[in-house]
Design a protein. Sequence first.
Length: 390
Amino acid sequence: MSGEQKAESRTLLTPFNLIAGIILIAGLIVTVIRFTKGLSSVTNLSDYNPWGIWIGFDLMVGVALAAGGYVTSAAVYLFGMKKFHSAVRPAILTGFLGYFFVVVALNYDLGQPWRLPYPFIVGWGTTSLLFEVGLCVALYLTVLFLEFSPAALEWLGYSKTRKLAGRLTIVLTIFGVVLSTLHQSSLGALFLIAPSKLHPLWYSPYLPVYFFVSSIVAGLSMVILEGTLSHKFFHHSMDKTYLGEHDPLTLGFGRAAALVLAGYFTIKMVGLAAGNHWDLLTTPYGLWYLVEVIGFVLIPCLLYTVGVRDRNLTLIRFTSVLAVAGIILNRLNVSVIAFNWHLPFSERYVPSFQEVVITVFMVTLIILSFRFIVTRMPIFHEHPDYKDSH
């Protein structure tokens, strides 16, 4: 083995790669078991709890955290914030990978992946919220793929096709915002049909509004968080333009996140007052609700505000972690923790080890795919042949 080959093998045998390899092997084993022996062999799902963390985390959380794509592209291309242009491609890539693996994870819950297109070609369930969510997610995944395609085409050297894809930017951005508005809110609307199963503190006729507004928070905070992590681990792939816009973007998105969080907290209080559920705040579930609303909505709002006022980028980046955790907590509260709250603990849903393995498996695939792409394609830098063309 040559010196270069030895050096390359040493770089592959990193702690991260070893851990990722173990997760991939475990995920593949559980995948085989799930698709050969059925849901009951790997999940704790039941008739009382037909949706678990594969829906609550992989789908609900995944879709929310992938909102950075439509938020960033709308800010740059529709609202004219050109100074944040360098963040568009990383945000679009994160959104595309997020939605793609949401669809992959959905197949674990549904089974029979080859039948996934059936609702669109066999029977149009136009009165079903699930159909609307499925249609919008499928269309938006296509939009994200087309929005991401210029980077891939530049890498492949297909200049003519790249120019054509670039001309579609504004149209795709508009479609992306419309589709995201529809399915982000509709995911909340799915739980409107279960008023007796979802705890009154989380159940509200405003659930679609909550989900949409909080997705904006998730998108803004994820762009800050993803940019912070990328700056640490992929600094060598970034050009001067991206590095120069990194701090202003953190400050600008932190300011926007503070404003949206203030609005989100306000409508949450309006919903609480409309339902007149103040007495429930003294119960155990009420205390948990206060942890979510105060600890992961109000406090991040205040921290973002202080960070922007003092131009404290470290505080803003820390707050982005807190805000993202709050979105994760909210989606899990609605779909798992506060769902079927009235059942005795013995009948409550607790995810199995295999379910957790698949969820970690999906997250690992997203990280590995992101790393593979950003180290090869012009995501954090402009391709030399396409300077100032996008």
